[in-house]
Design a protein around this ligand. Structure first.
Ligand code: G3I
Length: 397
């Protein structure tokens, strides 16, 4: 770990630049992590990420595998000491909470929420309306078709949102209300939701209204991938949320998943997030990971020997640069209220199973040791000490 040095908030680094970007912000409905945003707080430059984030009001989160939380001591220790926000990687998805129609299985999600309360963490809840990981009784082909009528789908979606967001009312700070509603070419995804609402994206406004009714203080996000750069999908989402704001639909923010790969150029992330923020919305990086070509064995086929090592130093240093840029993009956008990594360690990342030959995408290696990427992110946060505190708000509503 780097040499320990003490920073007095208000004196160094990115702070001066960031301070000029201060804007008046609303009081957070979901509360703020303990100990954050106090003036003259001393934060060590090698403090845990959550402490460095708290000093500037930035939620530092991770996706959590509820099968490991509380079971794997080293994993659990990292989740609770390094992060002040947690997102259930799968436990709050529809197929997880209602595998049989009308029979709820809340145990894993409940456990995560209780753990967060015990550890002074906020819950970034994920996700209410998504075409993927739907229960089999609702759709057998990732949300393309269903045996229910249009009116039945509408009733089912409303009940699902009311039941799940209602269950966690007041106990989560935000919800990804609608996830991934657009294709990469900017056309609306032809999901069972789109079809049930008469081939229209009007289901999105209804979902936000129902979520708001169920949990009026939760901060409500639209969340998607490949919207980090200017392109048809990002433009389509921008047009959507601009329209929702004009219609006074209770949307508070947009989540940029930020699944990056070193084989592509770094997106104009800061500029894009600022454009959305200028609509009067909070923004967040919600699922950050940076994958690269690795000398790896697929953990699914050979977990014992899994090692995710970048193929060479150039790939490693590019990963570090990308992590640096994801954090700086958030720090330079005052309305970027949370930064969440999509998993703790390379050995529990979704990447190797979906992108064969790629991996090493997270901050900790498969032995749960912090990588250089961790230090890069930590140093950026330390340099931002003293910046005007950011606070998640009600998105202007
Ligand atoms: O729970 C079952 C288990 O019972 C079964 O034995 C096993 C066999 O494959 O599958 C298990 O379910 C898996 C589930 O994760 C829980 O581990 C699914 O197969 C697997 O597909 C699922 O993957 C998740 C993926 O979403 C589904 O699309 C990943 O863990 C999760 O990281 C990923 O997260 C998504 C975000 O929610 C939205 N944005 C993209 C991101 C990455 O795909």
């Amino acid at each position: 770990m780097s040499v320990r040095r003490s920073l007095v908030v208000g004196t160094v680094g990115l702070a001066a630049l960031l301070a000029t970007q201060s804007t008046a912000l609303a009081t957070p409905p979901g509360g703020v992590p303990p100990g954050q945003a106090k003036k003259h707080v001393e934060v060590s430059a090698d403090a845990p990420l959550r402490d460095l984030g708290s000093a500037i009001g930035l939620r530092i989160g991770t996706a959590v595998n509820t099968g490991l939380l509380g079971e794997d001591p080293a994993y659990t220790d990292i989740v609770n000491t390094q992060f002040n926000s947690v997102t259930p990687e799968n436990a709050m998805k529809w197929e997880s909470v209602e595998p049989t129609k009308g029979t709820y299985t809340w145990a894993d999600a409940d456990e995560l929420v209780k753990s967060a309360q015990r550890n002074g963490q906020l819950v970034r809840a994920h996700t209410l309306v998504w075409h993927s990981q739907l229960p089999q009784w609702l759709s057998k082909d990732t949300g393309a078709t269903t045996t229910f009528s249009d009116q039945q789908v509408k009733d089912i979606v409303k009940k699902h949102i009311k039941d799940e967001a209602g269950r966690y009312k007041g106990r989560v700070w935000s919800w990804d209300v609608v996830n991934e509603a657009f294709n990469d070419d900017g056309t609306p995804r032809q999901s069972i939701f789109y079809k049930a609402w008469g081939n229209s994206t009007d289901y999105i406004a209804d979902a936000f209204r129902w979520a708001h009714e169920a949990d009026p203080k939760a901060e409500l996000f639209y969340n998607d991938y490949n919207i980090e750069y200017t392109g048809p999908k990002s433009i389509a989402v921008y047009d959507l949320v601009e329209k929702l704001k004009a219609q006074h639909v209770p949307i508070d923010g947009v989540g940029f998943q930020t699944h990056l790969s070193t084989q592509y150029g770094f997106p104009n992330l800061q500029e894009t997030m600022q454009k959305f923020a200028d609509l009067g919305l909070d923004v967040a990086e919600t699922e950050v990971d940076v994958r690269t070509a690795v000398e790896a064995v697929d953990p699914a086929t050979d977990p014992a020997t899994y090692t995710a090592t970048p193929v060479d130093g150039l790939h490693q240093s590019t990963q570090e640069a990308y992590w640096d840029q994801t954090m700086k993009a958030c720090l330079f956008v005052q309305r970027c209220v949370s930064y969440t990594v999509w998993g703790v360690a390379d050995s529990n990342s979704w990447i190797p199973g979906v992108f064969p030959g790629e991996g090493a995408a997270l901050l900790y290696d498969d032995a749960l040791q912090p990588k250089r990427q961790y230090t890069v992110v930590q140093q950026d946060l330390a340099l931002a000490a003293g910046a005007a505190p950011r606070r998640a708000g009600a998105g202007g509503r």
